[in-house]
Design a protein. Structure first.
Length: 414
């Protein structure tokens, strides 16, 4: 009744409300019982949305289609095997239509982008009914095919934000559904995203790359290695150079924070080799300089210190004397200058206290890497502060935990 007289109703509001209510109903039903009702609703959705796709596009707006496809995905997952409707019934027409649009020479690029993004969004919502444990020999290739079609869409229309945003939505879903099967596709997916994103969707691109690193760890390193420098350079190009100085500074700080967050995830999730690879070695000094600048941003300072900590712990930098020199002479010195600036740093502030704690961890790692050099730094710090801070040299008894307390106490005493 909801499908036959609701979704096909002549009133736009009624159609939209029925699509939403159908989704609510399907979610409320869950996977328990009601098999006949579920299968009947499924066949109705199939008839309205899939069998007559041209009419559905003119009849339903994007949001309404998304409701129906999400309902279809949930129904497909929970439908009884005796009346199982293949996923391909819904997905294949969408992918075929997508490729037809991309190959069309009659459509304007802007129109192509709108139609293509709609189809990608439909597939993304259809996939919401599935998780990794639901992938079978029949559904797995279909999801991979959807990912491949999305890659083709990104390559054909990379400059349109609507295409990038809907494509990222689908990739997020495929990460959860396909797991490591998505890894061979990452290079083709990330390259058009990182080189074409703008301020409006930069956050989404960073979130996607961070999700990939958190999910796959060091296995994501080859894909991150390929886009690391192009992404950072593209970010620098996004920062405006014209306009009121305060507004330009606000936008610059926002972009730098995202760069710092991205690099922190690179270091924290087993992707440090991507930083020191032969491909990215020429830009390593620039990356380190960027992160050093992050110390001056209160909200990014802790992430910056964590970045350097993780590099120390990874062991990848052990053969790079330049890194250790930079860590002692630039990072550690800048960090203490920051913490000794009473006008900008207070250990009573929650963010500053976290920075002080991470600073102690970083100091302990440097102590372990080169104790003699570390103790020389502490002696120099004592002269700068005009007091004895030899306790900051640390001890094997108290270890890192005691050094954290000593650093915070030294800052409080000021």
């Amino acid at each position: 009744e909801c499908i036959g007289r609701g979704v096909a109703n002549g009133g736009r509001r009624i159609r939209s409300r029925c699509c939403y209510l159908l989704l609510r109903f399907v979610k409320a039903m869950g996977g328990a019982g009601g098999g006949d009702i579920i299968c009947k609703a499924l066949s109705m959705v199939l008839e309205v949305v899939v069998a007559n796709s041209n009419a559905s596009y003119s009849l339903l707006n994007l949001e309404d289609q998304n409701y129906l496809f999400e309902s279809a995905g949930l129904l497909l997952r929970s439908s009884p095997s005796s009346s199982y409707t293949p996923l391909s019934t819904f997905m294949v027409p969408q992918l075929s239509k997508l490729r037809e649009i991309l190959s069309s020479s009659q459509l304007h690029a802007q129109h192509k982008a709108v139609l293509a993004s709609m189809l990608v969004a439909n597939v993304a919502h259809l996939s919401k009914g599935f998780n990794m444990g639901d992938v079978t020999a029949e559904t797995g290739p279909l999801f991979l095919e959807a990912l491949q079609a999305t890659m083709e869409c990104l390559r054909a229309l990379p400059t349109f934000e609507v295409v990038r945003s809907k494509s990222m939505m689908l990739v997020h879903r495929m990460v959860l559904i396909l797991g490591e099967s998505i890894l061979p596709c990452l290079n083709g997916l990330l390259e058009p995203l990182v080189t074409n994103c703008q301020g409006s969707d930069l956050v989404l691109v960073v979130q996607l790359m961070n999700q990939l690193m958190i999910k796959f760890g060091h296995k994501a390193a080859p894909a991150i290695e390929a886009v690391l420098l192009p992404f950072l350079m593209h970010c620098s190009g996004i920062i405006p150079v014209d306009g009121p100085a305060p507004q330009v500074e606000v936008e610059r700080v926002a972009v730098v924070k995202l760069q710092v967050l991205f690099l922190q995830h690179v270091a924290s999730n087993g992707c440090v080799p991507a930083l020191f690879s032969a491909r990215n070695a020429p830009g390593l000094d620039g990356v380190m300089g960027l992160m050093l600048g992050g110390l001056h941003l209160k909200e990014a300072a802790r992430s910056t210190v964590v970045f350097f900590e993780k590099i120390c712990l990874s062991g990848v930098a052990d053969g790079h004397d330049g890194f250790w020199q930079f860590a002692f002479e630039q990072v550690l010195v800048t960090l203490w200058r920051l913490m000794l600036d009473k006008s900008a740093f207070s250990v009573k502030d929650a963010l500053c206290a976290k920075v002080a704690g991470e600073a102690a961890v970083f100091m302990w790692l440097l102590r372990g890497a080169n104790r003699e050099r570390y103790e020389r730094f502490v002696d120099g710090l004592a002269g700068f502060m005009g007091r004895d801070v030899s306790f900051l040299k640390g001890s094997e008894v108290g270890g890192e935990a005691q050094l954290k307390k000593d650093v915070r106490q030294a800052l409080r005493d000021l």
